[in-house]
Design a protein around this ligand. Structure first.
Ligand SMILES: Nc1ncnc2c1ncn2[C@@H]1O[C@H](COP(=O)(O)OP(=O)(O)OP(=O)(O)O)[C@@H](O)[C@H]1O
Ligand SMILES: [Mg+2]
Length: 569
């Protein structure tokens, strides 16, 4: 590991990290000290942040606590190795100096995010706390410093909510309910309609809720907050959702997760601010064009949480032209650098672009084939590499059944086309509508095909998503939890079908005056976004007409013959 790091680093020139002895024992790495090859130790997110910092992209400063520390923590019965928090203090000292702010300083407070990140991306499995370091004093300071009381209150409200849910384990819906109630009283439709006063009240209600639920006061000392959050990330590695996901994906439980502590940047500081996610190519089709979504005046999780419906990234070209161009350049640079389609997270704070994540983009089978063939033609990768970019599993997916056009046409004529949502993950699926993950498992494990229908999904739904033939959600975009997980699992998904009203308690959804109850058959087409109110016959696809696939298979044939000749030698 250490040697590989060194040779890579030397090849990549002057900004490369110094060679280090005993790198395995170094518990904390500043982003600029690491690089892309260190996924084992820094996790995928940490290695990506390190690599982006190293090549000079705008990344908010921070550091990574290694996966080895997580393993040590678990081996010691959930206890930090001695001296860890002193090392955290030293590393945060570097971040403070770089940002010109201080953690817990009421006059000029530094806030941080605490982000998990294992070697393999586990979408939505592990949790992130934003805006950590806020208390009554730093909150006042933040308001005074930015001259924006509403912004400060908004950041605080989010922090209390995330910390309460993730670190203190108060059910997320309880916060959502309080927020919704306050919105109703204030006559607000969107979160952004709430004023500073409302937000302050909400945070107060959240804290009261936490005390009611857990019998503890919300921690006011930023250092205590930080220590608790780091612990929560380590704990989440062995949480049920994470364990289930790893079991299903055959990922080892010994890898551990890293913890990334990073200076906050804010996408919720007004119209010149935004946050978004984008793929360097379309993850559903493979088309070479930036594909993604963003939300003006919003913070990180708003885009993926599916709470507000985000705008297509192309609109950013009009709304924030300068930043858009810069982002395009960064995206294409990262794709060339990694020689693969990247999935990016970014935030714009008052007109300045900040990169928050890069990783290989999860893609459908169709996109994998097209991107691989295109990248070989663009001379970005060799034919052999192109072949390795497509999993045998994905070729298999391309062979999966699709809806019989005749039966589908008939369903349309019968008025069974209920609505259209977003074509979030392709493929056709028919099954009984079910409205919660447990019922999906109950009915689905007998071999009965089910479609999981949810207002939006979250990591608690994953066991239901695993068994469902397809997933339908009323809210959320192409990068919502449902979409990302479904694509990863190779299951059809229609997301953000906004016309449907899902009522999980009554176990039904309604759409344009029709009601579909649990057990009734529906069909979804994740390639077109269509939702039908009956079962539709499926047929096998004709792969001979898929030109990219034929090209790829042709290359595979050649390489295989070469391999046979080589062996014969
Ligand atoms: N320092 C920061 N400043 C601003 N936004 C941040 C910061 N850290 C994280 N975010 C944003 O918060 C959101 C959640 O972060 P994070 O990437 O850690 O988890 P995730 O995207 O939910 O899951 P995954 O682990 O799959 O990436 C993202 O939108 C991210 O861009
Ligand atoms: Mg992320």
């Amino acid at each position: 590991m250490a040697t590989r790091t060194r040779t890579r680093a030397t090849r990549r020139g002057p900004r490369a990290p110094r060679p280090r002895q005993a790198s395995a024992r170094k518990r904390i790495w500043l982003f600029e000290e690491g690089n892309a090859s260190m996924r084992d130790l820094l996790g995928g997110k940490g290695a990506g942040l390190a690599e982006m910092s190293r090549v000079g992209l705008p990344v908010p400063p921070g550091f990574t606590i290694t996966t080895a520390v997580c393993n040590e923590y678990n081996a010691r019965g959930r206890t930090f190795p001695p001296g860890l928090m002193d090392e955290v203090r030293r590393a945060l000292g570097v971040v403070e100096r770089r940002m010109g702010k201080r953690f817990g300083d009421p006059r000029n407070p530094l806030l941080v995010s605490v982000r998990s990140g294992a070697k393999f991306s586990m979408p939505g499995m592990m949790d992130t706390v934003l805006n950590l370091g806020l208390n009554e004093e730093t909150l006042r300071g933040l308001g005074a410093l930015t001259g924006d009381e509403r912004f400060a209150q908004d950041a605080h409200r989010r922090f209390v909510q995330m910390f309460g849910k993730i670190v203190l384990d108060v059910p997320g819906e309880k916060f959502e309910e309080l927020l919704a109630a306050r919105k109703r009283r204030a006559g607000a439709t969107l979160d952004t309609d709430l004023g500073a006063g409302d937000l302050r009240e909400i945070a107060r209600e959240f804290k009261a809720l936490i005390t009611r639920e857990k019998g503890v006061e919300f921690p006011t000392d930023p250092w205590v907050q930080l220590e608790m959050a780091i612990r929560a990330v380590f704990d989440s590695w062995m949480g049920k959702r994470a364990v289930d996901y790893r079991n299903f994906n055959k990922i080892s439980h010994d890898l551990g997760t890293a913890v990334n502590v990073q200076a906050m940047v804010f996408g919720n500081m007004g119209a010149e601010s935004a946050t978004g996610v984008a793929f360097t190519r379309n993850p559903a089709t493979g088309e070479k064009r930036l594909y993604g979504e963003y939300l003006p005046n919003a913070q990180g999780e708003d885009v993926v949480a599916g709470i507000r419906t985000p705008h297509p990234i192309a609109e950013m070209e009009r709304e924030l032209p300068g930043v858009y161009r810069q982002f395009q350049a960064v995206a294409s640079m990262l794709e060339r650098h990694y020689k693969d389609m990247q999935d990016l997270e970014f935030t714009v704070e008052r007109g300045k672009l900040w990169m928050l994540q890069t990783r290989a983009g999860k893609r459908t089978a169709q996109a994998a084939v097209k991107a691989a063939v295109d990248m070989v033609r663009e001379k970005l990768i060799s034919r052999e590499d192109g072949l390795l970019r497509v999993e045998p599993e994905q070729i298999y997916q391309l062979l999966l059944p699709r809806f019989d056009p005749e039966d589908k046409g008939a369903a349309q004529r019968e008025g069974k086309l209920l609505t259209r949502g977003l074509n979030a993950s392709p493929g056709a699926a028919t099954g009984m509508a079910v409205f919660d993950p447990d019922t999906a498992v109950e009915i689905g494990s007998n071999g009965q095909a089910v479609i999981l229908v949810r207002p939006e999904t979250n990591p608690d739904d994953v066991h239901g998503m695993l068994i469902a033939r397809g997933i339908l959600t009323a809210r959320g975009g192409a990068t919502s939890h449902a979409a990302v997980v479904a694509r990863g699992l190779g299951k059809p998904c229609v997301a953000g079908a906004e016309a449907i009203r899902v009522d999980p308690h009554a176990r039904q959804f309604s759409v344009n005056g029709q009601v579909i109850r649990q057990g009734e058959f529906i069909s979804i087409d994740g390639t077109t976004g269509e939702v039908f109110g009956r079962a539709i016959r499926t047929i096998d696809p004709d792969v001979t007409k898929d030109r990219d696939l034929q090209t790829l298979l042709g290359w595979a044939d050649k390489v295989r013959r070469l391999g046979v000749w080589a062996n014969a030698d």
